[in-house]
Design a protein around this ligand. Sequence first.
Ligand SMILES: [Mn+2]
Length: 432
Amino acid sequence: MTMTKIDSAFVKAQNEKEAAFLQRDFDALGEKLSRDGIDIEALTKAASDFQIAVPSWGTGTGGTRFARFPGIGEPRNIFEKLEDCAVINELSGCTDSVSPHFPWDKVDDFTELKQRSDSYGLKWVSANSNTFQDQPGQVASFKYGSLSNTEKASRDAAIQHNIDCIQWGEQLGTKSLTIWVGDGSNHPGQQHFQRAFERYLDSAAEIYKALPADWEMHLEHKMFEPAFYSTIIQDWGSNILAAMQLGPKCKSLVDLGHHAPNTNIEMIVARLIQFKKLGGFHFNDSKYGDDDLDSGSIQPYRQFLIFNELVDAAYRKEPEFDPAYMLDQSHNVTDPIESLVNSAIEVQRSYIKALLVNREALYGYQDANDAMMASTELKKGFNTDVSPILAMARYRKGAAISPIPTYRASNYRKNVDKVRPRDPKATGSGII
Ligand SMILES: [Mn+2]
């Protein structure tokens, strides 16, 4: 019996107010799609099967470089973060896993934490290490880098932390380690590019050696910040070079916000797929840089085009293609639960729209160099409103037809505020 944080009978009662209208919208869309030979039930099953992980750190209010404005009833520890993750999954029906971030989510008794997540029907995926700041009492500093630091003691501390993350992750049942480092430089000449990258690769090789047989290691690249002149894994080129050097269990992870504006991310995705190096995603959206805005809120067509590549790879039965999907956002002016619910559904929406593309027709247009019809085929999928499919998938599994109104009507946030007095010492939540 799965424990729920919002009473499932309440969600059901809310759903029943809308179920008849949903059925009519669903039937109308089904009739329309059937004219193109598309089975709405197959799409609804695909929506139902789709899952994306929630980052534990996303349940707290993030912050800008200037300030953090906490909301009410924010989770103060990993157990309370799990409660909020359970709510997100109850409402969205598509977030059945949580990604931990260490050392914040380290507990003395991982068995207790695992039992708690099991009780909510949540799994753990992708352990994330953090070597972009010093922890209290840390002797070997990461001020001048972690895995690529010129000082061996700092490199060793960073390697050991990643190995610890693997061991903590094993106790929770995760099967991958995601590494992002803030290493880099702020001044031309500050770092020797080749030597710094060699130090990084030597350190990462030590972590790779500690990977259990069935684990993967995912490297996350980022163009800038906190280093503003050069970053050790600056782009997907450095990323795939490192992943190729380290071995088959090492793959590249694409965080949408970690690229220069207007970068063709869908083409990067295609390249990584082709060379069997696509490990996974951190979904978010951006206008200027690593903005960590809600997925699909700024450039939904770009998100669709990324899924167009992913659906294409699955359609072609590309070998060793199994990317991990995860959100990675910073919520500064919204309730994090609402943003994560909405974002998970927006990513799911891109996936279902990409499934509407007629692959064989598109290949034909591409071979005939028919640019107009090729782009029109993509736009046909993107312009179709698949909301009734997503809502029906939720309704059938007991999640909310209208997640945000249902969440607000439940008064969950106000209720937890009574039992979660604010921690005045609370700091940022480690957005990566
Ligand atoms: Mn990220």
